[in-house]
Write a protein that binds this ligand. Structure first.
Ligand SMILES: *[C@@H]1O[C@H](CO)[C@@H](O)[C@H](O)[C@H]1NC(C)=O
Ligand SMILES: *[C@@H]1O[C@H](CO)[C@@H](O)[C@H](O)[C@H]1NC(C)=O
Ligand SMILES: *[C@@H]1O[C@H](CO)[C@@H](O)[C@H](O)[C@H]1NC(C)=O
Ligand SMILES: *[C@@H]1O[C@H](CO)[C@@H](O)[C@H](O)[C@H]1NC(C)=O
Ligand SMILES: *[C@@H]1O[C@H](CO)[C@@H](O)[C@H](O)[C@H]1NC(C)=O
Ligand SMILES: *[C@@H]1O[C@H](CO)[C@@H](O)[C@H](O)[C@H]1NC(C)=O
Ligand SMILES: *[C@@H]1O[C@H](CO)[C@@H](O)[C@H](O)[C@H]1NC(C)=O
Ligand SMILES: *[C@@H]1O[C@H](CO)[C@@H](O)[C@H](O)[C@H]1NC(C)=O
Ligand SMILES: *[C@@H]1O[C@H](CO)[C@@H](O)[C@H](O)[C@H]1NC(C)=O
Ligand SMILES: *[C@@H]1O[C@H](CO)[C@@H](O)[C@H](O)[C@H]1NC(C)=O
Length: 509
């Protein structure tokens, strides 16, 4: 057979397409985080984004399409799933124009600077807002056609998160099916997800399955902990072994879809997690259990383990949630699903070691000490002199020509020195006060080539926290020219610094 050039080109194209589709099915799974905002003291969008960056969180889901938040996420490379709130489903599901308007205001206004990759239309609509169910699929289709019109349909997927409670008889997974009441919605929905290459969005909470099972489900099985072989769950129909509830729930959703003859719609878990605190009648909502669940979950998802039914198929997952939401109504557990408190301090240190990966524990609890904005420059100078003197901070990186010389002002220099002292004091309480001109922050004050102690470099390695000025007991009282409490003279920072360095290095000889 003779192949001419255009046939050759076609073959090559088919070949490339084949490679492309093969690589999408081997897509890497990611861990994302949900950002609920029911906090009495909600951090600003800039603070939220600083925390995401410090924790290397690359995927987030918002429960709305807040303009300030989307603006703060611009040019960060963070992938964002935005949401149509439930109270807008009826309007959007009944009007193509309303949907187009929503997309224009909340999507087109922000892309491509903000990398919006998915739109979650509503949240658990079938179970929480059943009267909107009849227009749910229309809402998805209208949003989708507005994306098509803006040529954004290839990069932004449209779906709707479901509560796993719409899946009935979920164990053994092979017998699971969607509550048939919802077939008139689920069938057209799955057709839509299939034809647009989108995902089934599933909220899966082994915590609730565990507490509702009244002891039938072992805690270790819910927490992804190793099980004794006699406690492993086996699906008698498929002989697949289940070592954790999460996999069983995801497989139940695959089986429920295949019961409706949909076999190629991937699953993304839009919510899962474990509360770290609860009422007296919620004894399993503990810090240890939450840490175990989320640490094991992250390892499981990032390992691309897949599930027993679909080994190796990505099940990307969003942890519920970034912050503890103290303003949420309900039991104590409801307010304690967060990985962080409102100050960005971790609720617990996850058992994850590999530096640079999402939420790895060696990058958690990253706090820095900085000069307070608006602090009196004279007090700052005095504190700076103390830190570089009696405080024995190595202030040489701030000498002219050294990485932290610029910007040459007291705020920047004080920040460097305060932070060095704070990190050396193992972030102990009181090590970041400096008579009230210093404050703890989660935002890394490193800039340019000036990398501060305790910072996690772009390649995920800690900067050297041991490189400090030589320490000697005798310098604490007499080593340096300007004691912390003394009034500030006219002597410039650099002069006192040089003297200090000289004195200290002479003493070290
Ligand atoms: C958005 O994310 C996708 C998926 O990772 C990536 O392919 C694309 O280049 C990103 N777009 C922008 C503008 O960063
Ligand atoms: C909705 O509007 C889009 C253009 O934005 C159009 O292509 C589509 O046909 C409309 N759909 C319906 C059902 O009216
Ligand atoms: C199925 O869904 C309907 C409508 O929400 C509900 O009334 C019914 O109890 C559900 N069935 C089961 C077995 O949960
Ligand atoms: C699924 O396919 C089988 C076999 O073709 C058919 O008998 C069944 O009715 C289909 N189910 C649905 C919900 O379409
Ligand atoms: C990671 O995946 C491999 C197979 O791909 C599996 O053998 C191993 O148990 C998995 N590890 C974890 C922690 O899930
Ligand atoms: C984070 O660091 C602070 C300061 O050292 C400490 O008080 C706190 O207990 C740490 N938090 C966790 C969760 O370890
Ligand atoms: C990080 O996790 C590893 C492995 O579980 C553990 O040995 C280590 O102590 C953890 N680090 C912190 C600071 O908790
Ligand atoms: C990566 O780490 C090395 C030290 O291990 C450091 O010298 C280098 O500057 C780091 N790179 C970045 C981009 O932070
Ligand atoms: C870290 O500091 C120690 C002690 O000052 C030094 O021996 C070591 O070489 C430093 N490591 C790096 C990577 O700079
Ligand atoms: C300072 O002296 C005390 C008591 O002599 C000693 O315990 C301590 O380790 C010394 N500290 C340093 C930094 O040398």
């Amino acid at each position: 057979m003779v192949i001419n050039t255009s046939q050759m080109a076609l073959l090559l194209l088919l070949c490339l397409l084949g490679v492309a589709s093969a690589s999408t099915s081997n897509e890497e799974s990611f861990i994302g985080v949900n950002i609920g905002t029911a906090l009495s003291d909600m951090p600003s969008p800039t603070q939220v984004v600083a925390l995401l960056k410090a924790q290397n969180i690359r995927h987030v889901r918002l429960y709305d399409a807040d303009r300030a938040m989307l603006t703060a996420l611009a040019n960060t490379g963070i992938h964002v799933t935005i949401s149509v709130p439930n109270d807008q489903i009826l309007g959007i599901g009944q009007s193509n124009a309303t949907a187009a308007n929503w997309v224009s205001r909340n999507v087109i206004a922000h892309v491509p600077a903000t990398n919006i990759t998915a739109i979650a239309v509503g949240s658990e609509v079938l179970t929480t807002l059943p009267n909107a169910a009849p227009v749910l699929v229309s809402a998805l289709k209208f949003i989708y056609s507005a994306l098509v019109a803006a040529n954004l349909d290839a990069q932004i997927k449209v779906s709707t998160p479901h509560s796993s409670s719409i899946i009935l008889d979920s164990f053994p997974p092979s017998q699971a099916f969607f509550n048939r009441t919802w077939n008139p919605v689920m069938i057209p929905l799955l057709k839509f997800l299939q034809s647009t290459g989108s995902h089934l969005m599933l909220n899966a909470y082994p915590y609730y399955d565990y507490i509702q099972a009244n002891g039938v489900i072992p805690l270790d099985y819910a927490l992804f902990q190793p099980l004794q072989p006699n406690k492993e769950a086996v699906d008698a129909n498929t002989l697949l072994h289940y070592t954790n509830v999460f996999d069983a729930l995801v497989d139940a959703s695959y089986f429920a879809m295949s019961e409706l003859n949909f076999t190629n719609v991937p699953v993304v878990v839009t919510e899962t997690g474990w509360p770290s605190k609860g009422d007296s009648n919620e004894p399993d909502a503990t810090t240890d259990n939450a840490n175990t669940y989320n640490s094991n979950l992250i390892r499981h998802v990032l390992n691309n383990t897949g599930t027993p039914k679909h080994p190796g198929i990505a099940v990307s997952t969003f942890i519920y949630e970034l912050y503890n939401e103290d303003s949420r109504p309900g039991p104590v557990s409801e307010k304690n699903w967060g990985l962080f408190d409102e100050n960005g301090v971790p609720t617990y240190i996850l058992h994850l070691t590999s530096a640079g990966t999402v939420l790895a524990n060696d990058t958690a609890n990253q706090t820095f000490c900085v000069a307070k904005e608006g602090a009196d420059p004279k007090l700052l100078q005095a504190a700076l002199d103390w830190a570089c003197g009696p405080g024995r901070v190595d202030c040489s990186p701030m000498l002219q020509g050294k990485p932290c010389y610029e910007p040459d002002n007291v705020i920047a220099h004080a920040t460097f020195a305060f932070n060095s002292y704070y990190q050396r004091m193992a972030k102990s309480l009181g090590a970041c006060d400096f008579k009230g001109v210093a404050a703890i922050t989660t935002t890394d004050p490193s800039h340019g080539s000036c990398v501060v102690l305790g910072s996690v470099g772009r390649n995920g390695t800690f900067t050297n926290t041991t490189s400090l000025a030589p320490s000697s007991n005798s310098t604490t009282t007499s080593g340096c020219p300007v004691p912390y409490s003394a009034p500030v003279g006219a002597g410039s920072f650099t002069a006192s610094l040089i003297m200090c360095v000289l004195v200290v290095s002479m003493m070290a000889l």
